[in-house]
Write a new protein. Sequence first.
Lengths: 326, 371
Amino acid sequence: MKEKVFLGIDVGSVSTNIVLMNEEQALIEKMYLRTMGNPIKVLKDALHTLRDYHGDEIEIIGVGTTGSGRDLANFIVGADIVKNEITSHAIASSTYVPDVKTIIEIGGQDSKIILLRNQIVCDFAMNTVCAAGTGSFLDRQAARLGVPIESFGDIALKSKTPVRIAGRCAVFAESDMIHKQQLGYSQEDIINGLCEALVRNYLNNVGKGKDIQAPVVFQGGVAANKGIKRAFEKALKCEVYVPIHYNVMGALGAALLAQKELKKTKKTKFYGLNTADVDFQVKGFECSHCPNACEVVGIYKDGQLAARWGDKCGRWSNIDLDSPVA
Amino acid sequence: MKITFPHMGTTYIPVKMMLDELEVEVVLPPKSNKKTLELGTKYSPEGICVPFKIITGNIIEGIEQGADTVFMLTGCGPCRFGIFHALQNEIIRDMGYEVEFITADRFSNYQGLKEFVDQLKEASSSNHYIKILKTIRKGLKLLNEVDVLHDLGNKIRPKEINKGEVDYLFSHYENEIRKSYGYIEMMEITKSYQEKIKNVSINKSRDCLKVGIVGEIYTIIENYINFNIERKLGNMGVEVIRTTSATEFVREQLDFIPFIRSEKKKIYQAASLYLDIPIGGHAINTIGNIIRGVHNEYDGFVHLLPFTCMPEIVALSILPTIEKEQNVPIMSLVLDEMTGEAGYMTRLEAFVDLIQRRRELKNEGKSFSWY
């Protein structure tokens, strides 16, 4: 008898995360892959891997997709539910930490804050114009210091003397950091200063005006960094929980939503793991029909046009219409 | 003389009609698009708000298509908008174009109105005062009908049975109106589309969420820069209420005339608990319209503002207090040059999820306060 599982897919800007969750909501597989600007290939490869390793023992009975590439993923695998990442993250956290009131989520390109009261999302915010409070900022500073990002957090924890580094903007932080280096401050103090700068920026920017209450859950790729966790605890004066599956919470949320959806629909829309063998191609063109000049994208399944999007007027969603040849 | 003027949503319809009626040749710039933004950004100061950039782009595109005169509103008071025309005049000159700027100061008193009429008279040398005044009245009427059509669309869209029907009608409406000329024809088309929208088959029993759009007027009305937020929400099944329209804006200017009424007093009254003096732009309208919407049981508000918009930044700082005291969700979206829609879609979807869940709890009879 094959084990019945739910598939959760989170296609983000930096990483694509995939989880398999069983009916008891326990995680049986997780994959954290780099999207590398090619979500279709990453997804297909992941499906290949799933088939090779688990094909014989599992039966996928529901699929949820989330992340900025959720519609594309839905098109490729056939999802039962397509949900934005804010709702997905909230569902995952409140399932594993039932009384959570604040979720801090920091990923590669964006950071969010989600406030829950009585297990309901009551407010949220995402960074808008600046990336200084995100993972990319840390990545860049780690590279400059010649420290592998993985050990960044451990080094920060060794710091004894606080060093203040400007966190307003990545460029300011960088010059500030260099000046402090030249004055001879130790590397661990500077790294710790960077962690605190990121946290300060996050709280001033994304968390501005938000009523942050404990329990606080910290998730997303950056939650691996113990230095940041400690900086948050210091700033918020409360304990910050990092869930075990902190880096795949979005995908886990999608799987949980799929489970909920399947209770209603009973039958999955999943195309099956053999989708891994289907050839997908994407071709875009700029529509010249009106001054909007929409960038239209068409996706081809085994050479056949299967869907088109990106147009404001809906003209090209009629797939019987031929794409203009560039 | 060939005259051009910048876009703001569908306000071009009555403006073009008025100039048609006065027998002035109009060069209508293309609807705001990527190229407009590119041109505008290239020639505008870096730190200025996105409305300035797009308006500059519109003007340049109009001139490129042969216009020799630019019509632009101005006025001391609202915000930086008051100096747009002066700055744009300089920019256009630096680009080497020889064009005339006709500017109409805010017409919030008889003197201002007279100057506006004089400007129009100058632009259309052969016309009589009476004809000009009649044309202005026609302009106001058409403006109103265009806004009625727009609001009708917002009401019907979330309930339509065949998805996309309202959007389809709107794109046809704009195609037809662009080809039309003068008051009678434009009015006829607008009225006929009002009927068509009313006849779209709808699911009457659908209980839609209600979301009010508040904020800076240009970002509310110009759907190129707000990535068609009304459509997006409408197609998610949300009834969108645009709290400000061009009609209301014009009425607020003209309400010194006895027979013209605006909502200004009521809005200011509603806002007074949090902000009791107009501070420029639409800050006080933002606050007042949220409070009025709360009284009308809207489920939530989306607050739109251009990046660096001073009046709305003041409003923004008041919103957390309102959210708390009035127990209502408000989401602010800062708009600038970004054309990637995915991030905005995520926020909108999550916001709709949030208010949907709140509505469900309310219907289950649980009173629900977050604080």
